[in-house]
Design a protein. Structure first.
Length: 120
């Protein structure tokens, strides 16, 4: 439970970065929400990786293999999140509401993947 709490705290910072990129992509650049969600997810994943490596999982192994595995989990989360945002927007939800749903769902999935695979 402690690790999940740390994962959530690190994720909150990464999520703030993710949402900032999303809002800038949509509001300032006029891009589609699903692409902003994907870009935000990948950039936020870098924040999450280094925070989780150090604090959540206290991983001391080689950087390269765990980074690659984490990116694999991030890509799965990003694709799932982009899909949820695209479907949500198409269904009439505001893109940020759709992103909140995507965040909640991908949080659980990526925690499980990272705990069992990336930082094992």
């Amino acid at each position: 439970m402690r690790r999940f709490a740390l994962y959530t705290a690190v994720g909150a910072l990464a999520t703030a970065v993710h949402y900032l990129v999303l809002v800038v992509a949509v509001e300032a650049a006029g891009g589609p929400a699903y692409l902003g969600a994907g870009a935000g997810a990948i950039i936020g994943a870098q924040v999450a990786y280094f925070g989780n490596r150090r604090y959540t999982f206290a991983h001391r192994g080689p950087l390269g293999p765990s980074w690659l595995k984490f990116q694999g989990a991030a890509i799965v989360g990003a694709v799932l999140g982009m899909t949820i945002v695209a479907v949500g927007v198409r269904a009439g939800l505001h893109y940020l509401v759709a992103q909140v749903l995507a965040t909640a769902i991908t949080l659980l999935l990526t925690f499980a993947i990272n705990r069992r695979w990336s930082f094992r």
